[in-house]
Ligand binder design. Structure first.
Ligand code: SF4
Length: 167
């Protein structure tokens, strides 16, 4: 539901948009430089086995239509440009979920010569998930948490962080 909203002019259309966005968030996955462990678990969420469509979420490929950005892997000098580009194309309100310890802090690759660290070195992160890799259930929890953040941002336009791993 990547539709631009004019701040301060919500009305019935704004309320309808907030509701439909919360009931059917569109999710975009970006692999910044993952070992594929986190990617496999993220993709598993989208299969019938774990099935994030139960929550109305669908996976899409276009940042302009995305509400929630799922990022896996550590950020390096090349992927930071791509990540920022994707983020800037997403319309407000938007939510970023850092999946796995690499996306959260750089993980075992922390302080490598060619890496910047976690996703929040480049763009704001709303929900962090620890684990190497996190289980699909934890990723689904984080997406559901992201939907709550999306609702809140839709109403208030605010941005503050939530740590999914803190329970
Ligand atoms: S957190 Fe673990 S599984 Fe995920 S990308 Fe890093 S090393 Fe791979």
């Amino acid at each position: 539901m990547g539709v631009r909203r004019t701040k301060g002019k919500r009305g019935i259309f704004g309320t309808w948009m907030d509701l439909s966005r919360a009931r059917s968030p569109w999710v975009l996955h970006y692999d910044a430089s993952s070992c594929n462990g986190c990617d496999i678990e993220t993709v598993a969420c989208m299969t019938p086995l774990y099935d994030i469509e139960r929550f109305g979420a669908i996976s899409i490929g276009c940042p302009k239509h995305a509400d929630i950005l799922l990022v896996t892997g550590t950020i390096n000098h090349k992927s930071q440009r791509v990540l920022r580009n994707i983020y800037e194309q997403m319309t407000e309100p938007k939510v970023v979920v850092a999946i796995g310890i690499c996306a959260t802090s750089g993980g075992v690759f922390h302080q490598s010569y060619n890496l910047l660290g976690g996703v929040d070195k480049v763009i704001p992160v709303d929900v962090y998930i620890s684990g190497c890799p996190p289980r699909p259930e934890a990723i689904i929890d984080a997406i559901v948490m992201g939907v709550e953040k999306l609702k809140k941002k839709g109403k208030e336009g605010s941005r503050d962080s939530v740590d999914a791993s803190s329970g």
